[in-house]
Design a protein around this ligand. Structure first.
Ligand SMILES: Nc1ncnc2c1ncn2[C@@H]1O[C@H](COP(=O)(O)OP(=O)(O)OP(=O)(O)O)[C@@H](O)[C@H]1O
Length: 314
């Protein structure tokens, strides 16, 4: 072969490869590609949390640190496991959505983000054995397709302990299981377990005249894991997730106050294209019910029914 033809052939191969790479890049610009989230923009995540999540200074701090730290590590030793706890309507699903959207453009609809609701997907106790097999095969299948998959488990406290045990091997430090590594996956668990304890700590803080924003993780972290562990009604206590330290971060969601509910109403008005009418905002916030009975500080449904209540005024 002449040197010139060899050079031309090499040039052709390089340009074909470059073309392939740039068309792949272009494809991933418009569509979700596995692993693109490893280049997560931490500033964008912070801005998103600041803009969309109200009254949860601890959550913002933990999520930002946990997610960006994990994604920056080229060789994590285990998958990232986040356990989100708190009263209903305080933003647990919202935060999972924000994380998913910052990692994959398609957010919750991305083929690499998978969401389970225990009461919906695993409703019958008698079928636990079948669910266990299905769940394991499903996690295995998805991670073998994309090692950067995200799994969100809602209503974790209503999940059968057997199913939690079925997930356990995937959360551990094993190099590989049947040839697959799970170290780059993210598991997010949502539950109301520990919500009363979180409220109690926040309320005591308030009674002592301290600002909510002064609350630190160290005030909640130990009590939360112990409470969840000892709660015989939640599936968690049965499992060895906590016992074996497989949960990386316990994320406490504080109960929302009147002022936060007002912010939710304003945000909902904005989303629907209306101006933030102070009268409507006050009316909707006043329609919500607050606890404890005497102090009436925290909304008992968080921001959950804001959207439905707003329909009445628009
Ligand atoms: N802290 C918050 N900041 C802004 N919006 C919030 C907040 N908490 C809840 N919301 C809004 O209220 C609605 C319900 O919130 P979300 O589904 O995240 O609650 P949750 O904590 O997951 O509740 P549950 O435990 O009942 O599943 C959503 O529309 C969400 O955007």
């Amino acid at each position: 072969v002449e040197p010139i033809s060899l050079g031309l052939a090499a040039f052709g191969a390089v340009s074909a490869l470059t073309g392939l790479l740039s068309s792949h890049k272009l494809y991933c610009y418009f569509r979700d590609c596995c692993g693109q989230g490893r280049f997560l923009n931490s500033t964008a995540l912070q801005v998103d949390l600041d803009r969309k999540l109200y009254g949860q200074h601890l959550v913002k701090k933990v999520i930002l640190k946990a997610v960006t730290g994990f994604l920056r590590n080229p060789n994590p030793k285990k998958p990232l496991t986040l356990s989100l706890h708190g009263w209903t309507g305080t933003g647990k699903n919202l935060v999972s959505r924000i994380i998913a959207e910052n990692i994959y453009k398609g957010g919750l609809k991305s083929p690499y983000v998978h969401q389970f609701v225990s009461t919906l997907h695993f409703p019958h106790i008698l079928d636990v054995d079948r669910y266990q097999d299905q769940l394991q095969a499903w996690i295995q299948g998805n991670v073998s397709t994309c090692e950067n998959s995200i799994f969100i488990f809602d209503e974790m406290d209503k999940m059968h302990p057997g199913l939690i045990d079925a997930i356990k091997p995937f959360l551990d430090y094993y190099e590989q299981l049947d040839g697959i590594s799970y170290h780059k996956a993210i598991f997010i668990f949502l539950s109301n377990a520990g919500a009363e304890k979180i409220t109690q700590v926040a309320l005591d803080f308030w009674k002592n005249g301290k600002q909510r924003e002064e609350l630190q993780l160290k005030d909640l972290d130990p009590v939360l894991s112990v409470t969840v562990f000892n709660n015989k009604n939640s599936g968690f206590w049965h499992s060895s997730l906590i016992d074996k330290n497989l949960i990386d971060y316990f994320v406490p969601f504080l109960p929302l106050e009147y002022r936060h509910v007002k912010m939710c109403v304003a945000a909902e008005l904005h989303t629907r294209g209306y101006i933030a009418d102070p009268e409507i905002i006050t009316r909707v916030a006043e329609e919500m019910t607050y606890f404890p009975k005497t102090e009436r500080i925290y909304s008992d449904k968080g921001c959950k029914t804001v959207s439905a209540k707003l329909d009445f005024y628009l």
